[in-house]
Design a protein around this ligand. Structure first.
Ligand code: SF4
Length: 76
């Protein structure tokens, strides 16, 4: 499936999704902490080591392993 981009997916934009977590606006999203990425988020369904994979939040789209959004929840 194709990658999420904030421009073509309003839901992703609403969640503050960035394909590169280091580009997150920490003033707007103060809950962001360095090291948080889709790859270690509980909602991420990509394979270990893959550059991108599905996210439960955005059906039919892939998010990048190094991405982030405000729905981030640390994988148990
Ligand atoms: Fe990434 Fe988790 Fe947000 Fe999905 S919910 S985009 S896996 S941080």
């Amino acid at each position: 499936s194709s990658d999420v981009s904030s421009s073509d997916l309003p839901a992703a934009a609403a969640q503050g999704y960035k394909a590169d977590a280091t580009k997150v606006d920490v003033k707007k999203y103060p809950k962001y902490a360095a090291g948080q990425t889709c790859a270690n988020c509980a909602l991420y369904q990509g394979k270990a080591g893959a550059a991108s994979g599905p996210c439960a939040l955005f059906p039919g789209k892939d998010v990048t392993a190094k991405g982030w959004c405000q729905a981030y929840a640390k994988k148990a």
